[in-house]
Design a protein. Structure first.
Length: 480
């Protein structure tokens, strides 16, 4: 059974809470009643009302056009709709027709997470090589677990098994800026390869459920000889800010590590960790000799505003032990996306064609307009206007407008309008604009009376003419 709760908000939005993985076909809302339509109109009017989505809904949600019943038509999976988000909210704009009773019902459905995913490591087994000369309190990076549930049910802690007073290792876990964890193995007691050259541990991840679900990683630790010193980075982490669309091959930061050993044992080379190379190697590169990190591909703020790159350093001696640091790349937005305009006249013929009866009252609905800009900040803020003074552009919600009539339309004066009616410009530098056209046809009503072409007519006829003889003609015109 689908669990849902209706929460009435003060912002004219109908808010519901739905628990994921409920029964398919379950009712979410009865909009006819819960929007107040049933209280405002009689049964004859209610039978005429029809409901429709202004745009296709996100997720498996359907709407009965005659009753306004909102229901699920498939599996509701919060992790698929809103991966890794604290709040998963599906927003719907539902139009009520016909035009005489037109209104937009705003609906917000909060998808409640359940703990249906366990922590998972990238691989079941991880192999680590540690020099026997490694200093106490040395740390070694371990893979972190991923949990597809919301952060509340995500990975909350790690344990190392076996974890006993005799263990040579302990665990150190720090939260990163992006919400993930930096999991490190800490050497607590001196290693001696001649006594023991292999350790088998298990890293267990727990999620945030009441009865936590777990995932495990088997760790095989090989103890190695030689090469007393490992490279040490000059900084624990590096941070840099770059503009999106930065030209490829542009150097953005240089990392430096020093190894106190001599010769090849002290000669340092740089690279990315395997995970960083897999995930971001198409966007960033690194010079193995100099440690210069550079742009390799197209960086897009809208795709990701921040990147965490793990850079490794190791010497060229035998039994080299790599060390690592983090490069945090902040991407600065530029105005590279023009506004996008969607016009919907709610007609069956075409979304950009409207039909209005001549003589319709001022403020008659013509079309619904929504605008969005993928850029951030001022680059994503838009101004909208209309070029034809016969129509008005009225803001209904943020980035949502209605086009209405501003004058009484007369088909006999002008039967059709083809106008560039919406201009949206953002506030970035340089400003990017977009426009959309709508064809508006003025439908005729019988508002004109016939008129004779002459005020009076005079004819002459000879007497004794037979019936049916033509004696003249009159003419009248009607502007409808």
């Amino acid at each position: 059974m689908l669990e849902l709760t209706l929460v009435l908000a003060t912002d004219n939005v109908l808010r519901y809470e739905v628990v994921e993985e409920g029964r398919i076909g379950s009712t979410i809302a009865h909009l006819m009643r819960e929007s107040g339509l049933a209280d405002r109109h009689n049964q004859e009017i209610l039978k005429e009302l029809r409901f429709q989505f202004l745009s296709p809904p996100q997720g498996n949600i359907s709407l009965e056009s005659e009753t306004g019943r909102l229901y699920t038509n498939g599996r509701i999976d919060r992790e698929e709709l809103c991966p890794k988000r604290n709040v998963c909210e599906v927003l719907l704009d539902i139009a009520v027709q016909p035009v005489t009773f037109f209104q937009i019902i705003k609906v917000a459905i909060n998808i409640i997470d359940i703990n249906d995913n366990q922590p998972v490591f990238p691989e079941p087994t991880f192999t680590l090589s540690i020099l026997e000369s490694a200093a106490l309190e040395s740390t070694f990076s371990l893979p972190s677990a991923r949990d597809n549930d919301s952060p509340a049910f995500g990975v909350t802690r790690y344990d190392l098994v076996p974890d006993s007073p005799r263990s040579k290792f302990s665990l150190k876990v720090n939260k990163k800026l992006d919400g993930s964890s930096d999991v490190r193995l800490v050497l607590k007691k001196k290693l001696d390869r001649e006594q023991r050259d292999l350790f088998n541990l298990q890293l267990v991840a727990y999620d945030g459920g009441i009865s936590p679900m777990t995932g495990a990683l088997n760790i095989n630790i090989h103890v190695l000889d030689s090469n007393d010193n490992e490279p040490v980075f000059s900084e624990d982490s590096y941070e840099v800010t770059v503009l999106e669309n930065t030209t490829p091959r542009t150097m953005i930061v240089q990392v430096q590590a020093h190894d106190q050993d001599d010769g090849a044992n002290g000669q340092v080379v740089y690279g990315f960790s395997m995970q960083t190379e897999t995930n971001y190697g198409h966007l960033f590169g690194i010079n193995g000799e100099s440690g210069e990190v550079y742009v390799r591909g197209q960086i897009d703020y809208e795709a990701s505003p921040i990147y965490h790159l793990v850079v490794t350093a190791q010497d060229l001696g035998p039994d080299s032990l790599p060390s690592d640091t983090t490069v945090v790349v902040h991407v600065q937005d530029i105005n590279d996306n023009a506004p996008q305009i969607t016009v919907n006249t709610l007609t069956s013929s075409a979304a950009d064609q409207a039909e209005i009866a001549e003589g319709s009252p001022l403020g008659t609905f013509v079309a619904h307009v929504s605008v969005k800009d993928e850029d951030d900040g001022a680059n994503g803020m838009v101004n909208c206007s209309i070029t034809d003074q016969n129509f008005a552009l009225e803001m209904r919600y943020t980035l949502e407008y209605q086009i209405t009539t501003a004058v009484h339309l007369d088909r006999e004066l002008l039967p059709e309008f083809s106008i560039s009616l919406v201009i949206a410009s953002d506030r970035g530098v340089p400003t990017l604009t977009a426009s959309s056209e709508v064809l508006i046809t003025v439908d005729d009503v019988n508002d004109e009376t016939p008129e004779f072409t002459e005020p009076s007519y005079q004819f002459s006829v000879d007497e004794n003419q037979p019936p049916g003889v033509r004696i003249g003609s009159v003419s009248a015109v009607d502007n409808d």
